[in-house]
Design a protein around this ligand. Sequence first.
Ligand code: DC
Length: 240
Amino acid sequence: MRKRFIIAIDGPSGAGKSTTARLLAKRMGYIYVDTGAMYRAIAWKAKEKGIDVKDESSLERLGKETEIEIRLISGEERIFIDNMDASNYIRTPEIGMLSSKVSAATCVRKRLLELQRQFGKEGGAVLEGRDIGTVVFPDADIKFFLDADVKERGRRRYSELKAKGLDIKIEDTTEDIRKRDHNDTKRDIAPLCIAEDAIVIDSTGLDAEGVVKKMLNEISKKQVKAKTPHLNPLPIGERK
Ligand code: DC
């Protein structure tokens, strides 16, 4: 077992993975890797170039020639595509749906798998996505599967997009989530599923702090069991 853990968080859209993973990484002093943002980056670039997401050979070329980086700017992770900050362009419902389609392409998954393994290889990382505990890091030190009721996930996505000023309906965001659940769980390669050794957390009725508290509790148990030097992941004010 590594001294600085690799922490995998998988789960469906809208379960709260990004918020909790970011918070958890901060508490642990680890890096946070949003793997969905990488699929979104490829989807965004495909759209910009007018590439059909079903055209595997064009996608393969695109994947090879696209440089994806995560840079920490003023304490916030930003996604750079070919040296340009694309963070504000990739969070739309359209790119969400396109990325779900792009992520079914073997060539894209192969390219991003290498990149994701690079980010996590030293440990001290919280990676969040759909296949982290099953494919990217099957030997992760601890795996969480974060789930929530589909209506609750639709409501959360609706509030998020509404706060950004988008003119949307809650029925549409919920339907969008259902479609993405279908795409992400039914695809042939690396479908979303619960790893055998994952700890399942249902976030319906819990806020991000509540979820992170549960995660930190499980991590502490693992650390004690592994006799790793205790990292005391609690923020300074809460330390005993
Ligand atoms: O988490 P997200 O909504 O930003 O992810 C966008 C899409 O990317 C999602 O619908 C499925 C895909 N994805 C994936 O297939 N594997 C991952 N590890 C992360 C995301």
